[in-house]
Design a binder for this molecule. Sequence first.
Ligand code: HEM
Length: 151
Amino acid sequence: MQGLHMFFAIFWFGGTLFANFVVGPAAARSLPASQADFGAQIGIQADRVIRPVATLAIILGFLRGTVWGPIHSAGDVFNSSYGRWWFIALLLAIATFSWAELRTAPAARAIATVPDAERPAQIQRTIRDAMVELVGFAGILSMMVLMRFGI
Ligand code: HEM
């Protein structure tokens, strides 16, 4: 369970890092005509792949803490440090996922539809929105370490 959780979680996190530091800057340097098609295809593919991967990472993290972990009641969540870190990780993951769905993905989709002249600014806006997700991941990873070491 932990291995599966880690696989999907690092896929989600790594995918976001790759989008921020490789795909985004490469798209920004492409010709405006290809930026539209590239942006549209990246958006379609990210919805197909990253959405289910992120959902599985969260569900498996939930199960790793409960069915396959020490949390079996609301008391276990709020009366132990493990439960509190787990709950904060859950909230941060839902917030990060929601941000990606409600901010980053619509910004990425708009790359294909804005006029050519506005496209570079739209790409920068998308990268900026995606960078915000990294703050969420930093918080979530901190929770994983705190749970692991029983702090
Ligand atoms: C991008 C998001 C996430 C990443 C990258 C991630 C990564 C990891 C990693 C690397 C571990 C192994 C830690 C170790 O053994 O040293 C782990 C464990 C774990 N994760 Fe996550 N995780 C994420 C999201 C979540 C969420 C949202 C939850 C809860 C809903 C969660 C719950 C857990 C639990 C309960 C463990 C086992 C901790 C233990 O008992 O040692 N994870 N995660």
